[in-house]
Design a protein around this ligand. Structure first.
Ligand code: LLP
Length: 421
């Protein structure tokens, strides 16, 4: 469910017509709906409440905009972070340290030290080598680091290869067969409090089966660890639940179905559960609003060239991801067309042979479901400015990230030896 609807023939975000935002903020621009973000946070809370008192830690990487994080902080969510930059963003948004999970396969010593001093619920550690480094950092700081080990359950997530993380030959986590030994080693290291186990097998999962298989693995390990006297208090079940992107396609399992599965599988674990949803909270709460620059005739289908490009929304180029494209003021006519951006790469393609609303030069189009991994993954490729972001909340709206001209950011004077003579 989202709050992007047609009123009087025009697509609105909550009460605001998208043409108003395009006029005042320019295009391309990301537009987020606060009501949708709050709704998704509440749906997730309601779905997971039956599992006890879960920690729902928003995966900041999906959308680190400060306004988005502030909304989620007010909803009582925590943060799943993967860099000290995300740690600072989460704290600045008012997320309490005991609601922050520090994930990631490559935390360095400085990042560990800063998060340890500032406080975290748990470091999700992905190797014995990382546990040793965390132990050294903790001893140096005279503190105890709360630790969970991420295990790799070796299940196929059934999603795009680039967003699969839980198969045997993956850089993520500790192979399940080595997990017991890794826990034994970590629990003997000074400066660490071994307290948790964590798993995350991939993103945009549209089937609960692989999730259930990996959670069962977690349950088996909790029991085996208890047998050896290693107490586990927190089981972090990661993120990954998919969202609907394409109209007419089968819908992914609902948060309620996911919650019911977790409740069933985790019965008797006697731990607190944590979750790291990213996409589910924000994907359908955002659109990328763009303007058609021109329509160029094509060999098979016309090329609709818009002012947004792969640097603004990378998902189609990187994962062949589908984003629904709608005219902001549909005429009622349809065409079959290719939709592309201005970047000088053939990969800068949003859709090929797409049956869509007919649009002409200067018309506005909305790329739907762009609130997760959209602005977060944008770049300044082709010296294009970073796309601004707008937050709508009922009738009000505000710019929450300026259009950043990266060409200006790189304007240091030339080194002396390169100056023209
Ligand atoms: N926890 C961990 C440890 C993760 O690595 C991720 C995502 C999440 C939670 C959140 O997953 P979610 O609930 O959002 O599926 N850029 C890609 C997605 C990459 C996901 C990376 N990790 C995309 O645009 O589809």
């Amino acid at each position: 469910m989202d709050h992007f609807d047609f009123k009087a023939g025009e697509l609105h975000c909550e009460a605001v017509p998208l043409s108003e935002i395009a006029r005042e903020a320019g295009t391309p621009v990301y537009v987020y709906s606060a009501a949708t973000i709050r709704h998704h946070a509440r749906v997730m809370k309601a779905a997971l409440e039956p599992t006890g008192d879960p920690l729902i830690a928003f995966a900041v990487k999906a959308n680190p905009n400060p306004a988005v994080l502030a909304i989620l902080a007010a909803e009582g969510l925590g943060a799943d972070i993967v860099s000290i930059g995300e740690y600072r963003q989460a704290r600045a948004a008012g997320i309490l340290p005991d609601r922050i999970l520090f994930s990631g396969v490559g935390k360095d010593k400085d990042e560990m030290a800063e998060a340890l001093a500032g406080g975290v619920c748990q470091f999700n550690v992905e190797s014995v080598e990382e546990a040793r480094t965390l132990s050294e950092v903790a001893i140096e700081a005279g503190l105890t680091a709360p630790l969970g080990l991420r295990i790799n359950p070796d299940v196929e997530a059934g999603t795009h290869a680039k967003i699969t993380t839980g198969t045997a030959d993956s850089k993520f986590g500790i192979p399940a067969r080595e997990a017991m030994e890794a826990f034994r080693i970590a629990s003997r290291l000074p400066g660490l409090k071994v307290q948790g186990i964590t798993v995350h097998i991939g993103s945009q999962l549209t089937d609960l089966t692989p999730l259930e298989a990996s959670f069962r693995r977690v349950g088996e390990l909790i029991a085996a660890l208890r047998n050896e006297g290693i107490a586990i208090d927190l089981a972090d079940l990661g993120g990954g639940l998919g969202v609907p992107y394409e109209p007419g396609q089968p819908e992914p399992p609902t948060p309620a179905a996911y919650g019911a599965m977790v409740e069933r599988v985790s019965k008797g674990w006697d731990v607190r559960l944590a979750f790291e949803p990213g996409r589910l909270i924000v994907a359908n709460a955002g659109v990328l609003l763009a303007r058609v620059i021109r329509v160029k005739p094509g060999e098979r289908h016309p090329w609709i060239i818009v002012d947004a490009a792969m640097n603004d929304l990378m998902r189609p180029a990187l994962y062949d991801a589908y984003h629904h494209i709608e005219a902001v003021r549909p005429s009622g006519d349809h065409i079959i067309a290719n939709v592309v951006g201005p970047v000088c790469e053939s990969g800068d393609t949003f859709a090929m042979a797409r049956d869509m609303d007919r649009v002409d030069a200067d018309d506005l189009v909305a790329f739907r479901s762009a609130g997760a991994y959209g602005a977060a993954m944008s770049s300044g490729y082709n010296s294009r400015p970073l796309t601004p972001e707008v937050l709508v909340d009922g009738k009000q709206w505000a710019l929450v990230r300026r259009r950043v001209d990266l060409a200006d950011c790189a304007s240091l004077p030339l080194p002396k030896w390169l100056l023209p003579r």
